[in-house]
Ligand binder design. Structure first.
Ligand code: FCB
Length: 444
């Protein structure tokens, strides 16, 4: 076990873990759930490693009560999960599926009974297939439908959830879903990708407006953004310029509209070379997207190093995820940067973690020293940010348990809790025990 660093977190600091619906729930065909783009994508041959899909996943839909017991046992005070849009509205709009909504009511009640605070994401990439068939995020109407769904959820569950997150990582939908095609819906279409960016951001703003009237005054709403600190790979003016633009695509394109009600002009001009995005921006849209929010949910995984020609370089050890360089200082840098450029917004970390090659030992335990080290170093970076005056309130590890890691299927294990998929048995890993000690002592 790692030696203690002697760093104490504020009394009010809240620790927890995160999951998302498609990645853990399973029960894809149960109680009236409609299909989402991830059902379709994962069942398209060649899209997901080993042909894995989320039909059963970690079967959390049925095992939720014992899963919540585990969260409590580990001492976590916050749990971030997402609602499956097509479980509540099987075709994305129209009649409510009460059995779907009731699942989330049970989950939220169960959390309160155990003294755990729910943090709810409304959209974690699982667009209802029926809406996708009508154009999905390329169609402005999807943003309006999302706001209707958000209002419905706020009306039904609003008084039981203190923190709401509209969208999870809209950038990943743009880049992986519409540029690289590695995520659902698997498109490779630069022109469409940035139209999708605008419509998602619009959906965020419309949802904030639609939810407010149904929420108690003290409830918080925000979005979850995966921010990437971008650094020049060398000291040249070219690298500095390319890094600035790269940062525009990774961070400013989402932060500026939400917090300044404007798109970054340099990025918009660059996008205009290959996408008609700008022609989709209607008068008033930016004011809607800039609708005041109460917090920003930051997800941090990796830095990016940019060369003078706009390519990227690797500077740090890579985790099992090919795209992840392990660099805890990046978390500190990005938190400070948000404060400097966007003001003293209350922040929560809603995702941070790594995959490790975990297996069940003959003694029935799972040791993952790499995760302990990773978390300790990132917690230390968060601590340093708090010391530097960042208004950081809470920290959610990705992920509570092993789950369906998108195009990697079940190959990558990101959980604090090991899932033995054949039996669906849960085994808290060494890192879960370590995290539990951190929570109980309030220090690393
Ligand atoms: C994030 C996603 C989350 C998980 C982690 C590893 O981009 O929001 O669902 O896949 O990466």
């Amino acid at each position: 076990m790692q030696p203690g660093l002697g760093l104490r977190f504020p009394e009010s600091f809240i620790w927890g873990a995160a999951t998302s619906a498609y990645q853990i729930e399973g029960a894809s065909n149960v109680d009236g759930r409609g299909p989402s783009v991830w059902d379709t994508f994962s069942k398209t041959p060649g899209k997901v490693r080993n042909g894995h899909h989320g039909d059963e996943a970690a079967n959390h839909y049925h095992l939720w009560a014992s899963d919540l017991d585990l969260i409590k046992e580990l001492g976590m005070k916050s749990y971030r999960f997402s609602i499956s849009w097509s479980r509540v509205l099987p075709t994305g709009s129209g009649p409510v599926n009460h059995k779907g909504l009731d699942f989330y009511k049970r989950l939220i009640d169960g959390l309160h009974q155990r003294g755990i605070s729910p943090m709810v994401t409304l959209y974690h990439w699982d667009t209802p297939q029926a809406l996708h068939d009508l154009g999905g995020w390329e169609n402005r109407d999807t943003a309006l439908k999302f706001a209707d769904y958000a209002a419905l959820v706020a009306r039904s569950l609003g008084d039981t959830v203190p923190t709401w997150l509209t969208l999870n990582e809209p950038k990943t939908v743009v880049q992986n879903g519409y540029l690289h095609g590695s995520h659902a819906p698997g498109h490779r279409d630069q022109a469409a990708a940035y139209v999708v960016a605008h419509h998602q951001l619009l959906a965020h703003g419309l949802a904030v407006q639609a939810m407010r009237p149904h929420l108690p005054a003290e409830a918080g709403i925000g979005a979850s953004l995966n921010l990437h600190p971008c650094y020049p790979a060398d000291g040249s003016a070219e690298a500095a310029a390319q890094t600035y633009l790269y940062d525009g695509y990774e961070n400013r394109l989402y932060l500026d509209p939400i917090f300044k009600a404007e798109y970054p002009a340099d990025v918009l001009a660059d996008i205009a070379r290959f996408s008609p995005m700008e022609t989709y921006i209607r008068p008033g849209d930016l004011k809607t997207i800039g609708e005041p929010v109460d917090l920003l949910a930051v997800q941090y995984y990796t830095p990016i190093y940019v060369t003078g020609t706009g390519t990227t370089e690797v500077r740090h050890p890579i985790s099992e995820a090919f795209w992840q360089q392990i660099f805890p200082q990046g978390l500190f840098d990005i938190l400070l940067r948000v404060k400097q450029d966007y003001g003293d917004i209350p922040l929560t970390i809603t995702e941070n973690g790594l995959p490790t090659p975990d297996s069940l030992g003959t003694d029935g335990t799972v040791s993952d020293p790499g995760r302990v080290e990773f978390l300790r170093d990132h917690f230390a970076a968060a601590h340093k940010a708090i010391e530097a005056g960042v208004n950081l309130k809470s920290y959610h590890v990705w992920s509570l348990m092993d789950n369906f890691e998108w195009q990697e299927g079940y190959e990558e294990r990101w959980g604090l809790i090991y899932v033995d998929y054949p039996t669906q048995r849960r085994i808290p890993k060494q890192s879960a025990r370590w995290f539990s000690d951190v929570i109980r002592s309030g220090a690393i």
